[in-house]
Write a new protein. Structure first.
Lengths: 641, 310, 133
């Protein structure tokens, strides 16, 4: 085993050094404050370096001997194949462990050398770094798994792509919560699970030689083709959802718009250019021949949102990060600087012109605020004041630069904090004229909304601004979705001023509406049957989950569509079975692929085409006897002796 | 049957639609040197890869030490030495590193033996593998392959790309090995002169099957070659005794197997017959596997000179 | 004793070795009791398979040309071999056949050739030099 590890030292060393430095550089891209002092909780560069490095590491670890052409030179040794595979994975594990340990240390050393805010101090940032760097482990497992597949290059590359995109996006989609934070336990658990399963599958795959002219052993089909098919199915799910969402969006674009005209709500076809006549349509979206130009109010038409399958390819977000604020005087007098409030309530500040962050907090004792407290710069007046709202007690604290700490700043008149708010455009808000005059250089005004009134902080003193009700009173028409089916939503619009209630049941009527709705239905058909059945029985889901929970069938909608999808899967399974039987595949292979197609649908059928090649099953055996050599010396006893 | 060191039993193998081996059968006895000859692409390397368990046959079985080659255990592999086609070694290692690697992966590795052997060819030390010459790599490969005292040595075209001196060095090393250990050798080669010196038995592989599987001495006794120019338009004889009758400008070149006196007398009576002599291995190889037609440029030149086809 | 072979010759190698030893004995180039090179030495010298040398030695032993002593090697018995004679005779015939072919093309008759041969034999006083035919 030592010799086997020794053999792999070149790539191990290369990856360890290059990867650790690259990851350290990716960490160092943020400042010391953002990484260690008040962790921002999101490390974009580290995330990308980790998965790219991991994929490369895994692929090289699996294909090293193949790349050097030493595969057979290695295999002819009296060493069990399992041990060769174990040595490779062990090498991989060493590098990954090295990355996770070395990268933060190197980054920390870099900060010690170059970052003015450096101090030997809080280590709160480490879990977030490790959690983000963990994707290198699962990416390495994916690279290793795909690289170790005894299959042609294009299948390996495709598998790597499918499993990587499928698993990473699925984990991302499932663990990214509505609070815009990543569920740490789910994220770490899922990545560790992916890594464990795929490393194990790679270990199995490494013990089989590639041979395009023989079918895979069934164990390999289960362990290797299984995860690859699942990855492909996940990618398929997203691609089909994306296409479906696109069709729904196009449908919504061609649906008519409600407008308020002459005190009546009318439906008009498409949004015309300004000045062009509006064509009025009836309940089945047919033009009624009536046209008018201008003088209408476009009513809100909030049709059900069909979220994109994924939020891009993004880093996990462990915390909402620290809140940052400048404070100081507009006239450049007094003390100017910056304040950072961490997600855990810790506050640090630094003064312009002086290096180094100082810890601060509530009162002279610099006590920590409650976690998830919020901070806002209220810049009315000649200087900016920074106010923190303590999440636990609800008290307001104002930063006193001279004392270098937060001091209590209760609202006057016993009013209680509701939220920070923006006063809005100065032309619209109801600010005191004197107040307006004192804040010439800003259009946006941050205020505190109390239970009774709005408050502005002017030179450290609260000043009531206007009654809340004046600001909040809504006269705008409101729309409400009575049925959130993306194809046939039911919309209700109420206008408070005119007292009108208008309702419309959208449904595809015109040709284009039918085309787009049909496209959405067709795309929905290709989704994995198991997922569709689950979505059908489950309730509605957030628009962001639309890639997984199809809104076209969720909450019991369109049973016929689900059944058609299942029927399609059955048909495909039958076709796959016929093809495999014609090839001469064993019963175990038939069962595996039929099961996969019934559960995962068309993508599994495509996978069966990729993994069960006719070439592997070609019937080949020549009839005996074979031609004897033309010159033959029979084996004699003398020769044997 | 006697226990053969290795045995191919009706082995068939395809690559896509190409039949590479079509029922290959032969055995190598203990202590024997078996040379597998054949033109490029006739399946020599495929046969050796099947033997070492890198490739599974589609039908038939290859056995090493009586064990199915697709199920070789480490204890079987420990008794096989292998010199690959291009003397493949880890390009990342030094000579010392390569020796250490072998020592670490082969339980019966004889370190002192290797040290002395490498000293002899001046290879000891931290030489990087990519900087070695082809000949040095070949030497190192052979030394490493025999370092664990194998019972079977498999060499896939070991002389390929070596100059005459290095080939002789390699041959001498193999002879020493044979003299001292009684190892069985299966080698493929294109250098028929070397094969003639060292092989006990040869197999000529052609289009996936063996044309010849015979002791070298036996071949020399049984095969005769002669020139024959017929009189009065006599046609060359055919039958099992005639391996080949190649048309020459005048008459034919006949390669005969176990020629009976009667056949020779017949030939003498129907034409002029040169004194029959045993062909060299190279001549025999060309006769059996070479093209029937004359040289690549013969016909074009004939046409150019206006002689027309014969 | 000098043993030479031609690896490219049509004759099997082990027969060449056998013949080389026998002819050395026949020519008087090797005395009885002389030790033959070991299998390994000879195989190395000739660059041929040791198995071939081994077989040649076995044939020589069978023919009584050498005797093998356990652990010490092979030694010449000193007995000349009849087999060498046949081989030499074949060479002689080859030689004469070539000479007669040349003579034929020069336009001599058979009688003239015979006479010329007898004359050259006289000049060389051939018969008295060797005891063997």
């Amino acid at each position: 085993m030592r010799a086997l590890l020794q053999k792999d030292r070149p790539w191990r060393l290369g990856f360890l050094v290059a990867g650790a430095f690259a990851m350290a550089a990716a960490i160092g891209e943020r400042s010391f404050v953002n990484v260690f002092l008040l962790p921002s909780g999101q490390y974009e560069a580290l995330y990308f370096v980790a998965w790219i490095g991991g994929l490369l590491l895994g692929a090289v670890a699996a294909c090293y001997d193949e790349l050097l052409g030493t595969r057979e030179f290695l295999q002819q040794r009296p060493v069990p194949r399992a041990q060769l595979a174990t040595a490779r994975l062990l090498g991989c594990a060493i590098v990954l462990l090295g990355w996770l340990l070395l990268a933060p240390v190197l980054a920390w050393c870099g900060f010690a050398l170059f970052d003015v805010d450096f101090r030997i101090g809080p280590w709160r940032g480490l879990p977030g770094l490790w959690g983000t760097g963990l994707v290198s482990v699962s990416a390495a497992a994916i690279g290793c798994f795909a690289g170790a597949m005894p299959a042609p290059w294009w299948v390996r590359l495709g598998t790597a792509g499918a499993v990587f995109i499928g698993s990473f996006l699925a984990i991302d989609g499932l663990t990214f919560g509505p609070d815009r934070l990543t569920d740490a336990v789910g994220f770490v658990g899922a990545h560790v699970a992916v890594a464990a399963v795929l490393f194990w599958a790679a270990h199995v795959a490494m013990q089989v030689d590639a041979d395009a002219d023989r079918p895979w052993p069934h164990r390999l089909r289960l362990v290797v083709a299984g995860p690859a098919t699942l990855g492909l199915a996940l990618v398929g799910l997203m691609v089909f959802a994306e296409a479906e969402g696109d069709a729904v969006l196009r449908l919504h674009r061609v649906y008519p718009h409600p407008v308020l005209h002459d005190g009546r709500v009318l439906l008009v076809a498409d949004r015309p250019e300004p000045g062009q006549p509006r064509r009025v349509v009836d309940a089945v979206h047919e033009p009624v021949g009536q046209e008018f130009t201008g003088d209408e109010l476009w009513l809100p038409r909030d049709l059900p949102r069909f979220g994109s399958a994924f939020r891009g390819f993004e880093r996990p977000r462990w915390s909402s990060g620290s809140q940052f604020s400048w404070f100081g005087s507009f006239e450049a007098r007094g003390i100017t600087g910056q304040i950072l409030l961490g997600d855990d309530g810790e506050v640090w500040w630094s003064r312009v012109g002086r290096h180094g962050m100082q810890r601060t907090g509530r009162g002279e004792g610099h006590e920590r605020f409650a976690p998830r407290s919020s901070m806002r710069r209220l810049d009315c007046g000649k200087s900016t004041g920074v106010v923190v709202h303590d999440a636990d007690t609800g008290a307001l604290w104002r930063f006193d630069a001279e004392r270098a700490c937060f001091v209590p700043a209760p609202l006057p008149g016993g009013d209680r904090f509701v939220r920070f708010t923006t006063g809005g455009d100065r032309r619209l808000t109801v600010l005191d004229a004197a107040l307006r005059a004192r804040s010439e250089d800003t259009n946006q005004l941050d205020l505190v909304e109390g239970e009774h009134t709005l408050h502005a902080l002017v030179d450290g003193v609260w000043q009531p601004v206007a009654p809340v009700s004046a600001l909040l009173q809504q006269t705008w028409p409101r729309s409400e979705l009575l049925d959130a089916d993306p194809l046939a939503p039911v919309l209700e619009i109420r206008t408070a001023a005119d007292g009108i209630t208008w309702r419309h049941e959208f449904a595809p009527h015109t040709i284009w509406e039918r085309v787009h709705a049909g496209a959405a239905l067709l795309w929905s058909l290709w989704r994995a049957p198991i997922v569709q059945v689950a979505a059908h029985t489950a309730g509605g889901a957030a628009p962001e989950q639309a890639w997984f929970v199809d809104p076209l069938v969720s909450a019991g909608r369109r049973t016929w569509l689900v059944l058609t999808g299942v029927g399609l899967a059955v048909l495909l399974a039958w076709r796959v079975r016929r093809r495999l039987r014609a090839l001469g595949a064993p019963v175990a292979a038939l069962r595996f692929w039929i099961g996969a197609v019934l559960l995962l649908g068309p993508t599994a059928a495509i996978a069966s085409l990729v993994f069960e090649r006719p070439r592997a099953y070609a019937r080949r055996a020549l009839a005996e006897p074979f031609a004897a050599p033309r010159i033959l010396t029979p084996v004699t006893e003398e020769e044997v002796a | 049957m006697s226990p053969a060191i290795l045995e191919f039993d009706r082995v068939q193998r395809w690559f896509g639609p190409h039949r590479v081996l079509q029922g290959l059968s032969f055995r190598v006895q203990p202590g024997q040197v078996y040379a597998l000859l054949g033109r490029n692409g006739t399946g020599k390397t495929t046969a050796l890869r099947i033997l070492l368990g890198f490739l599974a046959p589609h039908a038939g079985v290859a056995r090493v030490f009586g064990r199915d080659s697709t199920q070789l255990l480490p204890e079987h592999r420990a008794r096989i030495g292998y010199v690959g086609e291009d003397h493949r070694l880890y390009p990342t290692m030094t000579v010392d590193g390569a020796v250490a690697f072998e020592a670490g992966t082969r339980p019966s590795f004889r370190r002192a033996f290797v040290e002395r052997a490498l000293q002899r060819c001046g290879l000891r030390g931290p030489h990087r593998i990519p900087r070695l010459s082809r000949g040095q790599r070949a030497q190192l490969s052979l030394v490493l392959a025999v370092a664990s005292n194998p019972q079977l040595l498999v060499c896939d075209d070991p002389a390929l790309g070596l100059d005459a001196v290095m080939r002789r060095e390699f041959l001498d090393a193999l002879i020493d090995l044979l003299a001292d250990t009684g190892v069985s050798v299966l080698l493929s080669s294109h250098f028929l002169g070397d094969v003639e010196r060292i092989a006990d038995r040869i197999g000529i592989l052609h289009e996936g099957t063996l044309l010849v599987d015979a002791l070298l001495d036996d071949i020399k006794h049984r095969v005769l070659r002669c020139e024959w120019s017929p009189r009065n338009g006599a046609v060359p004889p055919s039958g099992p005794e005639v391996l080949r009758a190649a048309a020459r400008r005048r008459g034919h070149q006949l390669t005969l197997l176990d020629a009976s006196p009667g056949l020779l007398a017949d030939l003498r009576s129907t034409g002029d017959l040169s004194e029959p002599a045993a062909p060299t291995l190279e001549d025999l190889f060309l006769d059996l596997t070479g093209p029937e037609r004359p040289g690549l440029l013969s016909e074009p030149f004939d046409a150019l000179l206006g002689e027309g086809p014969r | 004793m000098i043993i030479r072979i031609d690896a490219r010759s049509a004759e099997p190698l082990f027969e060449q070795v056998v013949f080389a030893v026998k002819s050395a004995v026949a020519k008087g180039g090797a005395a009885a009791g002389e030790r033959l090179p070991s299998v390994r030495e000879l195989a190395r010298d000739l660059a041929i398979n040791p198995n071939t040398v081994m077989r040649a030695y076995e044939v020589l032993e069978r023919d009584g040309v050498v005797v093998r002593r356990q652990g010490a090697g092979c030694f010449l018995t000193g007995r000349g071999s009849e087999l060498a004679t046949g081989e030499r005779k074949k060479q002689l015939v080859d030689l004469l056949r070539r000479a007669s072919t040349e003579a034929f093309h020069l336009g001599f008759t058979a009688a003239e050739v015979k006479k010329a041969l007898a004359e050259s034999l006289e000049e060389l006083q051939f018969h008295s030099k060797r005891s063997q035919p």
